[in-house]
Design a protein. Structure first.
Length: 159
């Protein structure tokens, strides 16, 4: 089960079904492919035409502490809707990406949205969005290979 940083964990709905699915996938022992790391999967705006890309934040190894980039959290902004939107995606060549998840919330009250915590997404998670006239936080995880985990996120940003 991925662990969000303490402040971020309040915004996610960690469901028992998601924990069971993730544990089962890891327990089965996922087959590791030896594909080399490549560029990120294509950046596609699934948020909508009124959203513009703010930045792509790295999702890195958090099991072994190498900091190798395993994916990205693409953060978008819609001025007309006053909303932020996030999508999580793996890099190309990542062996067996699975259980990709992403969440976003307002920092002020932790109201937000998450996706993928009870699913087994293999290409991307999201879009998730939140009405955000002030600070936001977001987090994403990707499981890959033989049960390895990568994560990333930020708190108190775009205030």
């Amino acid at each position: 089960m991925p662990h969000a940083p303490r402040a971020l964990s309040r915004m996610f709905s960690w469901r028992a079904a998601g924990a069971a699915a993730t544990a089962a996938a890891v327990a089965v022992g996922l087959v590791s492919l030896s594909a080399p790391m490549a560029s990120a999967t294509p950046l596609v705006n699934h948020c909508g035409s009124s959203y513009s890309l703010l930045k792509s934040f790295p999702i890195t190894d958090n099991n072994v502490g190498t900091g190798t980039v395993r994916g990205y959290i693409d953060l978008y902004w819609s001025r007309s809707l006053v909303r932020n939107c996030a999508i999580a995606r793996p890099v190309n060549g990542l062996p067996n990406p699975n259980h990709i998840s992403v969440g976003i919330a307002r920092t002020s009250d932790f109201v937000g949205q998450d996706d993928g915590f009870t699913e087994n997404y293999t290409q991307y998670a999201g879009p998730v969005s939140v009405y955000a006239p002030s600070c936001i936080e977001f987090y994403a995880t990707i499981f890959y290979g033989n049960g390895q985990e990568a994560g990333g996120g930020e708190t108190n940003v775009y205030c």
